[in-house]
Design a binder for this molecule. Structure first.
Ligand SMILES: [Fe+2]
Length: 221
């Protein structure tokens, strides 16, 4: 039986034009990522609280989670802007990617029918889910608050789902450098190898008098 490599070489020598994208070559075993390529953002579990399809989700789906309705009260909690670039392993920005983010409010509650953490107060001023679409530069940004802890999760985290035009869906989560002790106790964070932990840990910047901020770049492939 001919190997993939042999078939590929025969196609080339036979003058057959092949223009396979990198990912399919990688799948076929003909192409190996080199050291200059960026590491992929690791996939992590979606968890049980991906937003349900509700009228609320349809009405409130912008990138400002900290303020559900312009001019209304701001959600409780430490404000933080989480932003980044969606890119491929070559560092090329992926325009038109849909980035969804969902998380608990500061009290540690999701706006979800399966969340039984009922002693935690649901913050009705918080928009528990948002969606960004990347521009030509691949950038997205969410204005949100630091999520609360809840039973079963020891690390503060934001869930992400990224749909690009080029690659398969990535579902993942990010954490915050501000809480290394919480992160170290979190079951899902602990499952990641140290390099992958670094990739999903947002380095928090705390400028005086402003919301915190941090960068979460997402590499898909
Ligand atoms: Fe969660």
């Amino acid at each position: 039986m001919l190997s993939n490599r042999r078939i590929f070489l025969q196609m080339l020598s036979g003058g057959i034009a092949v223009a396979l994208p990198g990912w399919s070559l990688a799948k076929s075993g003909l192409w190996t990522p080199n050291d200059e390529e960026l590491p992929l953002t690791p996939a992590q579990t979606e968890g049980p609280f991906y937003p349900e399809t509700t009228i609320e989700k349809q009405l409130f789906n912008d990138t400002d989670l900290a303020q559900k309705i312009a001019g209304h009260e701001i959600a409780k909690g430490q404000g933080i802007v989480v932003s980044g670039v969606v890119k491929d392993r070559k560092g090329r920005p992926l325009a038109g990617s849909v980035v969804e983010a969902w998380q608990a409010c500061a009290a540690g509650r999701y706006n979800h029918s399966k969340d039984n953490n009922v002693t935690a107060l649901l913050d009705n001023n918080f928009q528990f889910w948002g969606r960004a679409i990347t521009g030509e530069d691949g950038k997205y940004s969410f204005n949100t608050i630091v999520p609360g802890l809840y039973p079963g999760r020891m690390g503060r985290h934001i869930h992400f789902r990224i749909d690009t035009k080029e690659f398969k869906r990535l579902t993942t989560q990010c954490y915050f450098s501000e809480y290394p002790e919480d992160n170290a106790k979190d079951g899902i964070y602990k499952q990641l190898n140290p390099k992958d932990r670094d990739l999903v840990t947002v380095q928090v910047d705390k400028p005086a008098g402003k919301p915190w901020s941090g960068s979460f770049n997402i590499v898909v492939g």
